[in-house]
Design a protein. Sequence first.
Length: 156
Amino acid sequence: MATRQIRLAGDPVLGKICKEVKKMTPMLEILIEDMLDTMYEANGVGLAAPQVGVLKRIAVVDIGDGPIVLVNPAIIEQDGEQSGDEACLSLPGKAGEVVRPYHVVVRAFDEHMEEYEIEAEELLARAFCHEIEHLDGHMFMEHVIGPLHEAVMDDE
């Protein structure tokens, strides 16, 4: 489809709470495809709709196992703890240490508005938490322990 411009930290849209998706429309289907294209083009592992200027509760994630579409996602269980560097496509070149749950269960709808639950640990759990926070108007910098630093890119 197409890539969209990623909104950067400081853009007011990133601080707003997103609206629930009531039904899938052709425009939202295009949005999801564009979000995936945008995420892959930017070498990200996740992207939330407000990052492309749309205040809908939609996020996409792919940590290398194929794309996961999250419509109206909610974390319904979480436990454990993990700490590690986190970065964001809306704050290019910067990263910071963030503590997240080690394990989460997310309830969401897919692009066909079929409800499902998905269990995640480690990086996938971190990505789900990060993207769902975007839908609630928050960014990872709110949780960073210590200062932000230059993101290390892995070219392998």
